[in-house]
Design a protein around this ligand. Structure first.
Ligand SMILES: Cc1cc2nc3c(=O)[nH]c(=O)nc-3n(C[C@H](O)[C@H](O)[C@H](O)COP(=O)(O)O)c2cc1C
Length: 227
């Protein structure tokens, strides 16, 4: 049987490059706003994401007003202070030096929310795993993140936020889940390594360490894969 074609080499390289060079960006945002056309392209990329039962449970809240961003920044400051005080002194000292958001630096923020109760998709795939509505929304975020990197747009994910406080500021109803709060905009550069690696907070593990073979308790070996 004939195999389906993959992409031509230059396109293939572009896909892998976007994946490899995507970064979480918290600083270096330029003040210029993105135009709506580009923003819509990124949202369309997000909207092409896979979703359980074709539920498309995501909704996007675009935030540009400085007053709203300031209110979100205050929520971040409170959560960040609480996180800081949860660490031992040595780790706390490192934590305090990290820049963990770009809420006021990036001229646009985007809150990606999920309606896990939406009836679209007729509950296909959600009976046994209801959390797949949230997973679908995360797929949309990743699509946007990769498309943004290819367009030269920096994206930073801020999860150091109290969801209840965020709900209040953004008028998000109780049954809607805030999944991701993103800061996005033009940037002066993309770092070659994650910020957390460069600052010595955490290191990356090689892929081999993340792959098991046949069963969870059996580590992957190159020999094993060839069986
Ligand atoms: C679900 C999620 C939440 C995150 N929350 C934060 C955050 O609150 N602040 C931050 O600085 N980075 C946050 N990040 C970014 C990670 O720190 C980053 O992805 C990781 O260090 C790897 O770096 P890279 O994305 O540049 O490859 C988050 C990433 C994910 C996927």
């Amino acid at each position: 049987m004939q195999k389906a074609d993959g992409f031509v080499v230059s396109e293939l390289e572009g896909v892998y490059r976007a994946i490899r060079e995507r970064r979480d960006v918290r600083s270096g945002f330029l003040p210029e706003r993105m135009n709506d056309e580009l923003l819509l392209k990124l949202l369309q990329a997000a909207h092409y994401a896979p979703s359980v039962g074709l539920m498309q449970p995501w909704r996007f809240i675009l935030i540009r007003r400085i007053e709203i961003r300031r209110a979100v920044y205050e929520i971040f400051q409170r959560a960040n202070q609480a996180a800081l005080s949860s660490y031992e002194p040595e780790r706390a000292e490192k934590y305090a030096k990290l820049k963990l958001e770009g809420i006021l630096d990036a001229p646009q923020n985007l809150c990606v929310v999920c309606n896990p109760e939406a009836t679209r998709g007729h509950r296909l795939g959600r009976r046994s795993m209801p959390e797949t509505a949230i997973y679908s929304t995360v797929c949309a975020v990743q699509n946007l993140w990769l498309a943004a990197r290819a367009e030269g747009i920096g994206v930073g994910w801020v999860s150091i936020l109290d969801p209840a406080a965020l709900r209040e500021v953004l008028h998000i109803p109780e049954h809607i889940v805030p999944v991701a709060y993103l800061c996005l905009g033009y940037v002066d550069r993309f770092a070659s390594e994650p910020d957390l690696v460069r600052s010595g907070w955490e290191s990356r593990i090689p892929v081999e360490e993340a792959v098991n073979f046949e069963q969870f308790d059996s580590p992957w070996t190159p020999e094993g894969m060839r069986v």
